[in-house]
Design a protein around this ligand. Structure first.
Ligand SMILES: NC(=O)C1=CN([C@@H]2O[C@H](COP(=O)(O)OP(=O)(O)OC[C@H]3O[C@@H](n4cnc5c(N)ncnc54)[C@H](OP(=O)(O)O)[C@@H]3O)[C@@H](O)[C@H]2O)C=CC1
Ligand SMILES: O=C(O)CCC(=O)C(=O)O
Length: 473
């Protein structure tokens, strides 16, 4: 790497005086070199036996678990989430490794009866080649893991660009893979500005598929760039959300409040699965709102490394400013601020971090920007409805369709909700946050291009192509 390479600092969002690491701002030529390394490595890696690849994945899981505490601490210091939430990410990563290790050693194709005698027809799955993985910062370990692991498990090689603010934990994951025996060149990390590093990955003709998670705006930009290339390429886009939880008249209000507080303010609202709209029956509004505010007052905000903290800082200055600006937007468009709405300042513990109070707006209507646009922070919009049909219309009224929840004891109501809500994931009496690795995941409408799902067995479909072979004998 050239000596004059420019480096940038990663700082702890809970205390920006603390420098976590320094990373190089790579240039286009570096990315081209990484792609070429991945392309060379593909020749051998794609021919390794699934059982050999599985062995490396199992070993990686073992090492990750043995360092769970250190990895979780690093994740918290870099991204800001609480230590419990970081441990959850580490454990999920180990689970993903074992799940895909098991999956790739199972049957992958079909034997199809032929119309001719003495003929066998079978299908096999083959890897695609070099995969570009582009990921956001909010789940900087387990989200990239659910792309990288099935990609390499199926024999592809990867060039991965992590979000610029969370490269440290990304590098740790790459190191563990190599320690577990991954051959050189199979997984390559490239750090630096999206305008150069990201753009090169999206436009380089040696890339065989792109899997991206991030904002709607970037997703559209990438989609347009791919569209302008005169070639066919697989692309998976997982984008934003504006998820609602409905409390039904037949639901347990206390449970709804508990799950909503967890899904709205846990992870500081920086989850694509977060609840950002809470729909309450009109005649239960006053009682539920009071209880919601009382419960939210108990959310402990602070440095995620500290015991008992429920909500860490926002992950960056950009996020902090974005959230505060949405709070102003909410006030200006007539929503009633009933709790929070301010940065936390005036104490050494908070003064150097991006801390904002958990915030609740009441009297929010579907036409307001805070009900339509993804804020990606701890801001909850409370809305009311009269009938379940009206509530479902409100849930469906945004351009997003990632995840939606209902709290009800009525099974037929839950089924009606699941059938009529346009979202990739439905939760009944569960928090909207919290995905399981063995379950397919992906949004509809503007929440994703929804051609291929992530996680579950379905992830294998994105990372492999099917070949049909006819054998006469
Ligand atoms: N549906 C889902 O599963 C999830 C969706 N998200 C969404 O992610 C967003 C938050 O993440 P955030 O990182 O801010 O999102 P961005 O879209 O800004 O960035 C995501 C990744 O793409 C890179 N990138 C940005 N612009 C380009 C470009 N033009 N070409 C190629 N790569 C680019 C970023 O690099 P850099 O960091 O250098 O800018 C980063 O690595 C939220 O809107 C959220 O909804 C988050 C998690 C899950
Ligand atoms: O809710 C979860 O478990 C995962 C959510 C997620 O990965 C995300 O928000 O990016």
């Amino acid at each position: 790497m050239p000596k004059d390479r420019e480096y940038y600092e990663i700082r702890n969002p809970a205390d920006t005086r603390q420098i976590i690491s320094k990373f190089p701002k790579l240039a286009r030529d570096d990315v081209k070199a990484a792609i070429s390394i991945a392309k060379d490595a593909f020749q051998k890696w794609s021919k390794t036996l699934p059982v050999e690849r599985a062995k490396i994945l199992y070993k990686t899981a073992e090492i990750i678990e043995s360092r769970a505490n250190d990895l979780a601490r690093l994740l918290t210091m870099e991204e800001g989430k609480t230590l419990n939430d970081s441990v959850f990410e580490v454990v999920r990563t180990a689970n993903l490794l074992r799940f895909y290790a098991g999956l790739i050693t199972r049957a992958q194709g079909k034997v199809i009866p032929s119309q001719d005698r003495n003929t066998i027809i079978l299908t096999t799955r083959e890897p695609l080649g070099v995969i570009a993985v582009i990921t956001p910062w909010n789940f900087p370990l387990s989200l990239p893991a659910w792309k990288v692991i099935p990609a390499i498990a199926t024999g592809n090689t990867v060039v991965w660009k992590p979000a610029s603010i969370t490269p440290t934990i990304a590098l740790e994951l790459v190191k563990v893979f190599y320690e577990a025996g991954l051959p050189e060149g199979v997984l390559n990390l490239v750090t630096g500005p999206a305008s150069e590093v990201g753009d090169e990955l999206v436009t380089n003709k040696e890339i065989d598929a792109i899997t991206f998670t991030g904002s709607l705006q970037t997703g559209k930009e990438i989609n347009e760039k791919i569209g302008r290339q005169n070639r066919f390429i697989r692309i998976q886009l997982e984008l934003g959300g504006k998820n609602a939880t409905i409390l039904s008249k037949n639901g347990d209000a206390d449970l709804a409040i508990e799950l909503t507080v967890r899904s709205a303010f846990g992870l500081t609202g920086q989850a694509c699965t977060a609840t950002s709209r809470f729909l309450v029956p009109e005649d239960m509004h006053d009682e539920v709102l009071n209880k919601l505010v009382e419960r939210t007052k108990k959310v402990v905000v602070g440095n995620g490394l500290k015991n008992g903290v429920d909500m860490g800082p926002l992950a960056s200055r950009e996020q902090y400013e974005k959230v505060l600006s949405y709070i102003e937007i909410g006030k200006n468009e007539g929503a009633k601020l009933v709790y929070g709405g301010q940065p936390i300042r005036g104490d050494e513990e908070f003064d150097y971090g991006y801390f904002v109070m958990p915030t609740i707006f009441d009297q929010v209507t579907s036409d307001m920007r805070i009900a339509k646009e993804e804020i990606f922070g701890p801001v909850l919009a409370v809305m009311t409805y009269r009938t379940l049909d009206e509530a479902i219309d409100i849930v469906n009224s945004t351009e997003y369709g990632l995840i939606a929840g209902i709290i009800t004891k009525d099974i037929s109501e839950a089924a009606r909700f699941a059938e009529n809500v346009k979202a990739g994931v439905i939760k009944v009496n569960k928090p909207t946050i919290g995905l399981e690795p063995w379950v397919p995941y992906g949004g509809v409408k503007s929440s994703g291009n929804d051609v291929y799902k992530e996680m579950g067995e379905e992830a294998i479909e994105f990372f492999t192509k099917i070949k049909a072979t006819y054998i006469g004998y």
